[in-house]
Design a protein around this ligand. Structure first.
Ligand SMILES: Cc1ncc(COP(=O)(O)O)c(C=O)c1O
Length: 447
């Protein structure tokens, strides 16, 4: 395809660190997503608009799965619902063969709505209520126990239903990454996880099928996974040798970094973060070195979120106002702010013009439309001139934004899917006033 001419831009480099890396400046424009022109998407669904690329989602899933299976063939992925629980997105992963990893009753209900059977749901999270456990046990879900009170509650549910619930113990541990996530599950290093397992087996009411950990999110150190996998496998071996319980799976959670760039990172994420192959190598090495694995061949499970979906999601947004700040920095006001681009708190998101560049580049800050001083989508970057009505693509925004978004003073935008055949589908409508106030009740004396 012939590329459209783009006028060259001159970027003034000042002495100092900041100019050494080209990612500070915009390299070119991008006027389509998954082959569909930005203008078509906006005509169909309005601005701002989240867009997901189905081809990207499927390709990435297959790539991650085949990468880990090259190291350890008996591996499954569970899709982490909290990362993005739009029905269409979850359904793509389920079509690809992923189970559902849920952390609340709401997510559990979402997975069931999509037809995922209980037996294919991993139920994590510290806040499972008694009624949630009743349902999950009845439906044969795998319940990952977070704390002792929960274990006792599951035993009571087992008595009530006359069933033997399928469970795993969630473990937290020191993997050399600080601050250490300690609040979920039982601690490995101080022996708490082992005592929990002893207690569980002594209770005699639960079927201990697995051991689980999720050591953190946006992890940048593959060796942490070598450590976590090795520790989980040591626990599994001890369970077998001392308590005569052989677990059938080892779940090492998710947390693998996407290609996004953390605010604190100097280099762009694509260069700074390890690719998934490095995490897979670390996990696979620990698996294949383990006596327990050699003798019992457990299934390996991953609960992946951001590393699968982040790059598949983009936001198209329109410039709705321009001004100069007293510092001389140009400010562009977008029609989407941090309320829907929640991950802009952590990431230096990429903002790319959706039309050919024009004019000179200048230090530019992107604000959203919120009447809130902290509504900064992207802080000072070198950017070409933009006119009102022109568009940008903000990316990668596929992970956590459409679950953690807030409905603050604005309607949340529509979400579209570019399909594998190059078509488009609306997968979530833009909100309306009714969506915002529909659950309110106006007392009679105020009406
Ligand atoms: C238990 C559990 N598993 C998996 C995930 C997915 O994490 P990530 O999106 O970092 O892969 C999370 C998210 O924090 C989680 O809490």
């Amino acid at each position: 395809m012939k590329r459209q001419y783009e006028a060259p831009t001159i970027i003034r480099h000042q002495a100092g660190l900041i100019n050494k890396v080209a990612h500070q400046a915009v390299a070119g424009h991008r006027d389509s997503i998954g082959g569909v022109p930005v203008s078509t998407l906006i005509e169909r669904y309005g601005s701002p608009l989240f867009v997901f690329d189905e081809h990207h989602i499927r390709t990435r899933y297959r790539e991650v799965l085949s990468t880990i299976r090259a190291h350890y063939p008996d591996t499954d992925i569970s899709w982490s619902y909290k990362t993005n629980y739009l029905g269409a997105i979850c359904s793509i992963y389920h079509q690809e063969g992923a189970r559902a990893e849920v952390v609340s009753r709401m997510e559990y209900d979402m997975a069931r709505r999509l037809g995922v059977p209980g037996k294919d749901i991993l139920f994590n999270g510290p806040g499972k209520r008694r009624e949630d456990l009743l349902l999950a046990v009845e439906e044969g879900a795998l319940i990952h126990i977070d704390h002792l009170d929960e274990m006792v509650m599951i035993e009571q549910v087992a008595d009530e239903l006359g069933m033997r619930p399928r469970v795993a113990i969630r473990v937290n541990m020191d993997t050399g990454i600080y601050p250490q996530w300690q609040r979920f599950g039982f601690n490995y290093d101080n022996g708490e996880a082992w005592r929990a397992a002893q207690r569980l087996v002594a209770g005699g009411k639960l079927e201990l099928e697995g051991v689980h950990c999720h050591i953190g999110t946006f992890m940048l150190e593959p060796n942490a996974y070598y450590i976590s996998t090795a520790k989980l496998l040591a626990l599994a071996l001890r369970l077998r040798d001392e308590l005569n319980v052989t677990v059938s799976y080892v779940d090492i959670g998710g947390g693998f970094a996407s290609s996004n760039t953390l605010h604190a990172q100097y280099m762009p994420g694509e260069l700074a973060s390890p690719g998934f192959d490095r995490f897979a190598t670390a996990i696979g090495s620990a698996m294949n070195e383990s006596q327990f694995v050699r003798e019992e061949h457990p299934r390996l499970m991953l609960e992946t979120g951001r590393a699968l979906i982040d790059e598949a999601g983009s936001m198209i947004s329109t410039v709705i106002g321009r001004k100069y700040l007293p510092t001389g920095v140009r400010a562009l006001i977008l029609d989407a702010g941090v309320s829907v681009l929640f991950t802009s708190w952590w990431y230096n998101l990429k903002v790319t013009p959706a039309q050919p560049l024009s004019g000179s580049t200048q230090p530019t800050t992107f604000f959203g439309p919120l009447c809130m001083n902290i509504d900064v989508v992207k802080n000072s970057c070198m950017f070409p001139d933009m006119r009102n009505g022109e568009r940008v693509i903000v990316s990668p925004v596929g992970a956590y934004n459409v679950t953690q978004w807030m409905q603050f003073i604005e309607y949340r935008p529509a979400v579209a899917l570019v399909t594998e055949t190059g078509g488009t589908e609306l997968i979530r409508e833009r909100e309306s006033l009714q969506d915002v106030i529909g659950r309110e009740r106006l007392p009679e004396h105020l009406a």
